[in-house]
Design a protein around this ligand. Structure first.
Ligand SMILES: *Cc1c(COP(=O)(O)O)cnc(C)c1O
Length: 409
């Protein structure tokens, strides 16, 4: 390089030097492309050898985050995406074809519901069932059924799916079982323990935790044998059949849809993940204390929180999630209260959408996320005008209870 010109020397200098230096954090790799000293090595990586070529298919920074998530989920591999929705879209669109049948829980994130509408426009048959009872899944199965999808803990109603029984049933029928673990996080629930084939996490929520980066991930539990799954393309039917599904999601999902996680976001999410257990323990204890206090308040009509003994799946949640019940609750204020006046009196809580953040966030559902669906559909879903979704943060609990009390007074 010594005899090269000014610009030639600069543009090639980084890749010639070691970049590790014993740094405590993995270095961030913003490089779009990866160059090779040996042309045969370049070809080998294109043909399946581990390595990096073009950042749309992943970088050392996303790979480092993926390794962390694999460990957290007790899985065998992970692929990251730019958002949780990108992870879900890549999973459904690369594994399902027109004519296939997907059974999904009806208690799901609104945007996932929208994605299922897109799938059905593309010819995938979709049936929504109440997944709090595995028998509803069994009753919906048809010869074309390929996949069952549910969230662990639903937003905003906090229904807890019949995760273990659905897992046993899917195993007996060789159905792909996809579990969205976003609201529980791998600290409260590992998909591999309930028989999931694939686990989706929105990293934007609890795993990142700081409200400063979006991301999503799909983790392979290693439980599903893909050799009998018709929709795996020929190039990915190689090596251990338990990894074929994730390989197809990674190859086709990142290539065809391009929802790649950036190195900077991956780095922030990886730093956030370090404190998941500390934040989640505090969030869960805060949420339980707040739910108990509000359920006794005369101006609160109902609190939906799995930690309360009155919750329909309280026992199941206790058994599945290790007596921690997550950070999300639904609160219905008595009809006499004007919900907007109440929200405007809050001093600590932030009026914001999003969840799984360090900060406690509150949102009136009927007027925001569920506004487009109209009053009839909202009534069917049990979403009254005074229904608030609250995502609990890590603040001091007296301040959270105090803020509700002063705003309700
Ligand atoms: C937020 C969320 C998603 C989507 O994640 P984004 O990162 O916001 O795209 C998917 N599933 C659940 C349960 C969520 O709460």
């Amino acid at each position: 390089m010594a005899n090269n010109g000014f610009t030639t020397t600069i543009v090639h200098s980084d890749r010639r030097a070691s970049v590790e230096h014993g740094a405590i954090h993995k270095p961030m790799h913003p490089s779009s492309e990866y160059a090779f000293a040996d042309s045969r090595e370049l070809a080998a990586v294109f043909q399946g050898k581990a390595g990096f070529t073009y950042a749309r298919q992943g970088t050392p920074t996303t790979a480092a985050l993926e390794d962390k998530i694999t460990v957290m989920e007790g899985g065998t591999g992970t692929v990251s995406f730019a958002t949780g929705m990108a992870a879900l879209a890549a999973t459904f669109l690369t594994l399902l074809k027109a004519g296939d049948h997907l059974i999904s829980s009806q208690h799901i994130f609104g945007n996932t519901n929208s994605l299922l509408g897109t799938l059905s426009d593309l010819g995938v048959q979709v049936t929504l069932v109440d997944a709090t009872d595995a028998r509803n899944v069994e009753a919906a199965v048809r010869p074309e059924t390929k996949m069952v999808f549910t969230e662990t803990l639903a937003n905003p109603g906090t229904q807890v799916a019949d995760l273990e029984a659905i897992g046993r049933y899917c195993a007996s029928r060789k159905l792909v079982y996809v579990v969205d673990n976003t609201l529980t996080s791998p600290l409260l629930c590992q998909g591999v323990k309930v028989g999931a084939s694939l686990v989706v996490n929105s990293l934007s929520k609890h795993i990142g935790g700081h409200g400063n980066a979006l991301g999503g991930a799909v983790t392979n539990t290693g439980l599903y044998d893909w050799s009998g799954y018709a929709n795996i393309a020929e190039p990915y039917r190689k090596g251990n059949p338990v990894s074929w599904g994730l390989t197809q999601i990674k190859k086709k999902g990142l290539r065809d849809m391009g929802g790649t996680l950036s190195a900077e976001a991956a780095h922030r999410l990886a730093v956030g993940a370090e404190t998941l257990a500390l934040r989640m323990d505090k969030i869960c204890s805060n949420a339980l204390a707040l739910a108990q206090a509000l359920s006794r308040h005369p101006k609160v009509a109902k609190v939906h929180y799995p930690g309360l003994p009155t919750h329909a799946q309280h026992e199941r949640a206790a058994a599945l999630f290790g007596k921690r019940y997550g950070g999300l609750m639904g609160i219905e204020l008595v009809p006499e209260i004007d919900v907007f006046d109440f929200l405007n009196r809050l001093k600590v809580l932030a009026l914001a959408t999003h969840l799984g953040d360090n900060r406690t966030l509150v949102l009136p559902m009927a007027h925001t996320i569920y506004y487009e669906m109209g009053p009839e559909r909202r009534a069917q879903m049990g979403i009254s005008d005074n229904f608030l979704r609250v995502s609990i943060g890590i603040e001091d609990i007296e301040d959270l209870i105090g803020d509700f009390e002063q705003a309700l007074a």
